[in-house]
Structure formats: C-alpha cells, structure tokens
Design a protein around this ligand. Structure first.
Ligand code: SD4
Length: 323
C-alpha cells in the first residue's frame, strides 16, 4: 500500500516525483548505470557523486566526493565539520572507503581533519595497512598534506554545553535527532564497478575514544565486486556485533535479494533486543552488482537518497521492522 510517507518530494535537484519504493526503489533492477544511493536525505552527497559518475568517472571517486561534501557541511551534525562532539567536547571522526577489488582504507578516532574519508582513501592507496587510528592517523594525515583545523562549530559547542547540564547519554537514534545523518554511500559506475564509503562523527556525546561501526570494514561498510555492497547507519555497536554490512553481502552471495539480506540483518538485531529495538535505530542499505537496492531499518525513521540516469533524485522512506 502506498502512503505519502513512502517518499519525500525532492525539489533541490528538480527531481521527478515518482511513487514508492515498491514500484521504483527497492527490489527494482536498474539496468541503466550509473547508480548512487546514500543513507538519509543526502542530496548534496548524491549530487557530488553524480558529478563524477555522469562523466564516466569511477565509483571510488564518486563515493569519496559524496562523503567529502557532507564532511564539509556544518549543518550536518553527525559528520565532519559541525559534527557533535564526544562528552569531553572533542569532535572525533571515523571513516572508511572500499572498492570492488577488496581494496579498503579506514581511519578512526581522528581529530582536527575535515576529510577523514580522503585520509582513509590514502591509507588504502599509500600504506600496506587497512586502518589507522588516533594520533597515528593524524600524523599520517599531516605528513600527507592534510590541514589541521578546528571542527567544533559554535552551534555544536552550544549543543554540547546544553547536554552537559544533564549529561545523559541516550544512544537512541530515533529520538536524538542530532545523531542522524551519518553518510554511507554506495555507487555503481558505468563500467559496472561498485564502491562504497562511510563517514561520521559518531554518536553525539559518546565516551572519548569510542569508535562506532562506520570505519569498520564489514560493519559500517562492505563491498564485494562479484556480489554487491552494503552500508549502515544507526547505533554502531549493534552493527559491529553482527558484522552487519558483511553479513548482508554474504547473504546476497548465497542468493538472497538485497532487500531480504537487509531484513535478515535487522532481524538479528531484533533477536537480541526484542521490543527495545524500537528505540534503537539500526538501518542498512544495500546495492547489488546488477543494480538492485535493498533498505531496511529497525524503526520508522530511516530514509535513503537514490540517483539514477533518468535524472531522478529521490529521498525514499525505507520499510522497517517496527512500524
Ligand atoms: C556510529 N553509526 O558511530 C554511527 C552513527 C550514525 O547517523 O550512523 N549516525 O555509531
């Protein structure tokens, strides 16, 4: 059954208004490449990625560019500049990137750099490692020409000071609005190559040193060029526990559709938490190598943004376990 809540009209890019994920988004095979899909209403990210893909560029460049736009946006309080700090008032960032060949790079607990997704890409391309964290990642960034800057905006500082009055940590993604909008972005280029990236400032007011799912290959992001890709948003501890994105890609390899695979991953979270998962947002987005999309969430807060060659940009409400 269609409802108005199944999609949100997109005006920023002059998009066509098309109905429902049932007929348009989820489960449909997009034969015409390229495709880009990202978590939350992330039109800026998709537009940046599309700028690369529409010129025949690589999906790896597209997902990096998509992530960078959100990292530089001070109004997104879950990613990069303007991200809400931890409980000590420090903005600490996590990001990763992966291509269709199993190449991947990741940084976690990085402070003072606007573009962790690009540092992650450099880890992938210039080091023998997959993941650098904290001071080591920051030194690597400085050595490679990244500029150190203050990422705590006056607005984020104000929100943190307000939070300090009660100092109550609620990892409830649906209620704590500022925790939304971590970007996970998946792209399929016109050569049929898949890539993904994920970047975040993590859960607002987390403990200093906490790292979520977003920089962890297999939890917040996984790509296998022979199968598909998946990414996640929500309370990262839950995705880590089930290796969520890797689980989804493996289920797809075994023949599940991207939608079925996302639903199974969410059900594993539900199995642990039962009714409590209503207040525990965990959402997955998947794209198969053929261009089929899946999206599913524990609760009714998740939407994703889809861009395809017919110049459609849609923000689409994902189905959820709890209505
Ligand atoms: C984390 N998964 O650090 C991230 C938070 C998130 O939108 O997705 N925010 O746990």
């Amino acid at each position: 059954m269609s409802t108005r809540r199944d999609f949100i009209r997109v005006t920023a890019l002059g998009a066509a208004v098309l109905p429902l994920h049932q007929t348009f988004g989820l489960g449909k095979l997009f034969e015409n490449k390229p495709i880009v899909v990202s978590t939350w209403p992330n039109l800026k990210a998709n537009t940046a990625a599309w700028g690369v893909l529409s010129k025949g560029g690589r999906s790896l460049d597209a997902v990096e560019q998509g992530g960078r736009v959100v990292e530089a946006d001070p109004t997104d309080t879950s990613v990069g500049y303007g991200g809400l700090p931890d409980r000590e008032g420090r903005v600490t960032l996590d990001a990763c990137i992966m291509d269709d060949q199993g190449n991947c790079g990741s940084v976690a607990f990085v402070q003072g750099f606007m573009h962790p997704v690009s540092i992650a890409r450099m880890v992938m391309e210039k080091t023998p490692h997959v993941m650098l964290v904290g001071a080591g990642a920051e030194k690597f960034a400085l050595d490679n020409g990244f500029k150190k800057e203050n990422l705590l905006t006056p607005q984020a500082e104000k929100t943190w000071k307000e939070w300090l009055k009660k100092s109550e940590y609620k990892p409830d993604h649906s209620i704590v609005k500022p925790n939304h909008d971590t970007i996970g972005i998946l792209a399929l280029d016109d050569q049929g190559k898949l890539s993904g990236a994920c970047t975040t400032s993590g859960m607002a007011f987390k403990m200093h040193g906490r790292v979520g799912d977003s920089p962890i290959i297999g939890a917040g992001l996984y790509v296998d060029g022979d199968v598909g890709a998946a990414t996640a948003t929500g309370v990262g501890e839950e995705m880590i526990r089930i290796s969520g994105s890797h689980t989804i890609v493996e289920l797809m390899r075994q023949g599940r559709t991207p939608q079925e695979a996302c639903e199974e991953a969410v059900k594993r979270v539900i199995k642990k938490h039962g009714e409590k998962a209503k207040d525990l947002s965990v959402a997955f987005l998947a794209l198969s190598k053929d261009g089929v999309i899946g999206a599913y969430s524990t609760n009714n807060v998740f939407s994703y943004t889809l861009t395809t060659p017919d110049k459609t940009n849609l923000v689409i409400k994902a189905p959820s376990y709890f209505p």
